[in-house]
Design a protein around this ligand. Sequence first.
Ligand code: PPE
Length: 314
Amino acid sequence: MLKATEKIWFNGQFVGWDDAKIHVLSHVVSYGSSVFEGIRCYETAAGPAIFRLREHVRRLIDSARIYRMDTFRYSSDELAQAMLELVGINQMRACYLRPIVLRGYGELGVNGLRNPVDVYIACWEWGKYLGEEALSEGTDVCISSWTRMAPNTLPALAKAGANYMNSQLIRMEAAANGYHEGIALDSTGNISEGSGENVFVVRDGKIITPPLSSSVLPGITRDTVVTLARDLGYPIVESVIPRELLYIADEVFFTGTAAEITPIRSVDRIQVGKGSRGPVTEKLQHEFFAIVNGTKPDRHNWLSPVEVRQPVAR
Ligand code: PPE
């Protein structure tokens, strides 16, 4: 169960957690017209800090624009400020933020252009996505029998609620077959992404991840790992990845806001490398966690500090 926090930001106001409700005939309910983000706030010695806030806000606005939903009145700066304030008001330390832009209540019918576009931002505590153990031991995944969206069906660059119907099929099938997670192929049969993560492969010291043309979300953790890999001197390329490269890789790992950097120890019950977290994955994890936890300097300016508020007397 979600653990409620005090406030949710709704169209410029802070409302009570239980008051952030929508009508069942809101456009989004029938037609899936929402775009959203998932953002982590980490606890550092200097206080809570939101990771890559600007980039997440940008992707939210990009997603809204793709679906002609960028008609709300809030600027990037206002949305970023709202998130920083929300974490402060809810007195959270480490938490997960979920901004959602949706077509609300008004008319009903596929064309929702006349419905209001409502913006909500919530935050709550969210632990490790694939379990604490997965971060050190690795996770067992399968290739899904479901394909990720073909390019001219649902746009992968938008983080839209509707894409997650496909993600649900992938994730539920994986669970039904005893795996932690599934990786989908794209419509050409090459590796795309997990139900909620990007995929990376390491072979002979070289790191590879599928290009945006493989129907992947332009992951912000993906970009973080590409940047850190370059900093650490690893050759890293975007390249189409055939399924079987996962079977013969030295290392495979997931990246995502929720999943962070999670090693994959088997694919379709074929052991990856030595069947445990590999050295490149571990090195990248160390660098990543050192930066987000504030134990190493934030050299890329990725952290936005939250002002912690004192509890308001009642
Ligand atoms: N692909 C998909 C399909 C995806 O959902 C995510 C994030 C990523 C890649 C990685 O993107 P990024 O977070 O920017 O590095 N998935 C979010 C939602 C997970 C959920 O279950 O809800 C997340 O990790 O927050």
